[in-house]
Design a protein around this ligand. Sequence first.
Ligand SMILES: Nc1ncnc2c1ncn2[C@@H]1O[C@H](COP(=O)(O)OP(=O)(O)O)[C@@H](O)[C@H]1O
Ligand SMILES: C=C(OP(=O)(O)O)C(=O)O
Ligand SMILES: [Mn+2]
Length: 533
Amino acid sequence: MSDLDLRQYGITDVTEIIYNPSYDQLFAEETRADLQGYEQGKLTKLGAVSVDTGIFTGRSPKDKYIVRDDTTRDTVWWSDQGKNDNKAITPAVWADLKALVTKQLSGKRLFVVDTFCGANADTRLAVRFITEVAWQAHFVKNMFIRPTDAELKTYQPDFIVMNGAKCTNPDWQRHGLNSENFVAFNLTERIQLIGGTWYGGEMKKGMFSMMNYFLPLKGIASMHCSANVGKDGDVAVFFGLSGTGKTTLSTDPKRQLIGDDEHGWDDDGVFNFEGGCYAKTINLSKENEPDIYNAIRRDALLENVTVLADGEIDFNDGSKTENTRVSYPIYHIDNIVTPVSKAGHAKKVIFLTADAFGVLPPVSKLTKEQAKYHFLSGFTAKLAGTERGITEPTPTFSSCFGAAFLSLHPTKYAEVLGKRMEASGAEAYLVNTGWNGTGKRISIKATRAIIDAILDGSIENAEFVQLPYFNLAMPTGLAGVEDNAILDPRNTYANAADWDVKAKDLAKRFVDNFVKFTDNAEGKALVAAGPQL
Ligand SMILES: Nc1ncnc2c1ncn2[C@@H]1O[C@H](COP(=O)(O)OP(=O)(O)O)[C@@H](O)[C@H]1O
Ligand SMILES: C=C(OP(=O)(O)O)C(=O)O
Ligand SMILES: [Mn+2]
């Protein structure tokens, strides 16, 4: 690809293009002794390189923009149509941002990484990343699907991501923007521009937002979920906002991993968008999370962890951010679906919620109507560090458990998912990986036992009781859960009346939040499936 001409994107005078670097090349590039500041990677004892991502250690949803033009005017769910981060910019502002990024990248030595987003050839996006920072090239190589040599011969990009992390927008006030930083999308030109933030997650979740635009319009579910498959081909998907346990709980030695964060569901089944995983590493230990720990080796890329002088990593140190991370190619996990990350139709759909109020039970079985209600509501918490400005668990209603990445109206995702679930006869469960009356987070051990009971079907044999206000069916006992008392959240309060007060407050929040979905008959009908005061 030495003939690659970046002038077609407005980038001129490029001194050298490092096209689709190998992992060995990336290692050499990101550990070069002459690199300064946030570009400099450090070798750790585990063999993986570690970098600091700079001022931004999580996504910055308030700096996200989409060009409003003929392509997007009537399709995108705009921020003036509901509470979301799809702020519109004009083609004129876009032109200014593009000029900034192309100027930043011009005259430089650049990395170009050609990837796919989406495991299926008929619906994938061929995404070309252009960056001047070696570790950013490494990040996208880890996270996206790596084309084969044969695929590269005929590769034609569908989407271009120009990462100008080192430039900011001096005219942001005149442009009417949130800050000097920007993450902007143009669906007509099919380009993403990044300025100001170095955080790699903007590229990953940026292309997820684009899949979230294109796929539902074709009747394919596009889901913020992890997915795995058991020995009998039984597929499970785990929806959840950042930090609620998608990566942790889908990484299960008993089951083959399909993917840890972004999936589609079409006529053939569930498929991964990505080629890698992006795990949290705060308090990570080999004993508790052996598969994730062992994935941290050469070619994995650590972010914002503390590395001691001898290369030892202190995973317990959250002083840079709670959102310390590692990206690795999916094959760093032993038990995965190969050669393509896809499997059949999902039979179990799990909604992970991190309830910071300590009201919801660790697990409940949802009726069809409750599944729709809770999917649209998306009650959970934003966990510390995952977004700029979030320093403690903050309760939120995040539609479809991923409102920040929805390009279309939430009802579109609910409609497509509902059809897929109906066709496969999937059962739905709400799993609280957050807090209870003890003030502590429910243990991973308990949650894993709950997930096991869902996936092996033993939960179906349990006795169920109804939780007041929420009308959620909770099992009274599950094999593998050490203390079955925790299955009813009221038992975790010294005084059950305290639960009652909090429960009423949360139920009211649900009711108030759902009003926005009741402007049509379908939405109105769902109210009965939600909490009642
Ligand atoms: N009960 C629990 N279930 C799942 N994760 C938990 C639980 N309690 C604490 N955690 C921690 O929460 C984080 C979950 O993060 P992760 O699995 O990466 O979420 P996601 O993939 O949804 O962003 C991990 O750091 C994990 O150790
Ligand atoms: C990269 C992200 O993914 P996750 O849902 O795993 O936190 C994110 O939300 O920024
Ligand atoms: Mn994850």
